[in-house]
Ligand binder design. Structure first.
Ligand SMILES: NC(=O)c1ccc[n+]([C@@H]2O[C@H](COP(=O)([O-])OP(=O)(O)OC[C@H]3O[C@@H](n4cnc5c(N)ncnc54)[C@H](O)[C@@H]3O)[C@@H](O)[C@H]2O)c1
Ligand SMILES: N[C@H](C(=O)O)[C@H](O)COP(=O)(O)O
Length: 336
């Protein structure tokens, strides 16, 4: 049997918990479906392993194809050197170029088919902005690198819930002012396609949240639900997508409600991310849909206060690695 292709795992913010999570994921490699390679600085990973007393041999590799042969015995690392040595919890914008280069290289490896998917360790957005990063987050940056600006759709998923924020990294005021019927239709189309192709759900059911309390209460609490959201639901249904809404968001996430849909389209970031990070912070996975490649990520950030302690929980990264592998396997199956 041929060994599965490796996944490319990025460095993330080097002062955050990403390095120790990478090491922990390798230590738990028997729970992973696919091997992975880290696009990272081998010296920093060695230094973290040494300071925590973890036995993680590092194998510096020159090409992705070497990863699957060494993975059983060592963590394969494609070297991406840091600009400056890093102290856990103390980010240095000088390393921003290395953080971005790691993401770019994972994109190229996955585009070329050398890796089955890319998985990103968390970046610190404010630190990267100081280094000249011109995108709100990975989601928008990856769409740009892959030449599909505006096509990106964010999904967060755990075994009990999938959520899709239609507006992403913008202020609440901008989310309300910028919400359009077309953006909801686009998110619905991309989500339905991903549920079929990547998650093996033949007839996906979408719940569409309203923007306002009580989905507008017949216009008494805002007219966006009737004027913007309802036409999008009608358009999705006219395209054969099983979409329902606008539904009041406050009653959309309890267990009985969740049983009625495969993904909830939400109108703004926190409407989507608060329920999933509350239900399963340790198992949630962030997925970018709408790209020509597969990208997943843990649902948490850089957790500077934990960096260097070895206490950060690796389960969300493990779930991201296994979800990327499952999505890749689903994509490679013939679909009728
Ligand atoms: N995919 C990504 O790159 C990504 C995702 C989310 C947040 N971020 C960024 O991370 C930075 C910090 O964000 P934040 O403070 O809002 O969120 P955070 O997720 O870093 O931390 C929130 C809380 O959860 C804890 N926590 C986080 N991950 C943990 C883990 N694996 N194990 C145990 N506890 C954990 C932290 O200690 C903290 O108490 C921001 O710049 C944000 O934009 C990046
Ligand atoms: N909004 C995401 C979250 O809170 O989990 C996070 O900022 C990650 O975004 P990117 O994947 O675009 O970096």
């Amino acid at each position: 049997m041929t060994k599965p292709l490796p996944l490319a795992l990025t460095m993330g913010e080097p002062a955050g918990i990403g390095g120790e999570l990478t090491l922990k994921a390798w230590l738990r490699r028997h729970d992973l479906t696919n091997p992975f390679l880290a696009v990272d600085d081998p010296d920093r990973l060695r230094s973290i392993a040494q300071s925590l007393g973890w036995d993680v041999p590092i194998a510096v590799i020159a090409a992705a194809e070497q990863a699957k042969d060494v993975f059983a015995d060592a963590l394969p690392v494609l070297p991406q050197p840091l600009v400056r040595a890093v102290k856990p919890g103390s980010p240095d914008p000088a390393n921003g170029s290395a953080v971005m280069a790691s993401i770019q290289r994972a994109v190229l490896l996955t585009q070329a088919g050398d890796t089955a998917a890319m998985v990103t360790n968390p970046i610190h957005k404010a630190v990267l902005y100081q280094a000249g990063f011109a995108f709100p987050g990975h989601t928008e940056y990856l769409a740009h690198l892959l030449g599909v600006d505006g096509a990106e759709v964010m999904m967060l998923a755990c075994p009990h819930l999938r959520v899709v924020p239609v507006t992403i990294h913008v202020s609440l005021a901008q989310a309300a002012a910028g919400l359009t019927t077309q953006a909801i239709i686009h998110a619905g189309q991309v989500t339905a396609q991903a549920l079929r192709r990547d998650f093996g759900i033949a007839a996906p059911r979408l719940a569409v949240a309203g923007l306002n309390p009580h989905a507008g209460e017949n216009g008494a609490m805002g007219n966006e639900d009737a004027a913007i959201v309802a036409p999008a639901v009608a358009a999705l249904r006219a395209q054969g997508i099983d979409a329902n809404g606008p539904l009041p968001a406050d009653t959309l996430f309890h267990a009985r409600a969740r049983a009625g849909y495969d993904a909830a389209l939400c109108m703004y970031h926190d409407q989507a991310l608060i329920p999933i990070k509350t239900i399963d912070f340790d198992g949630g996975v962030n997925i970018t849909l709408g790209l020509p490649i597969i990208r997943t990520s843990p649902d948490h950030g850089t957790a500077f206060a934990l960096a260097g302690t070895g206490l950060a929980v690796e389960t969300s990264l493990m779930a991201a690695l296994n979800m990327a592998a499952a999505m890749a396997a689903n994509r490679s199956r013939p679909h009728g």
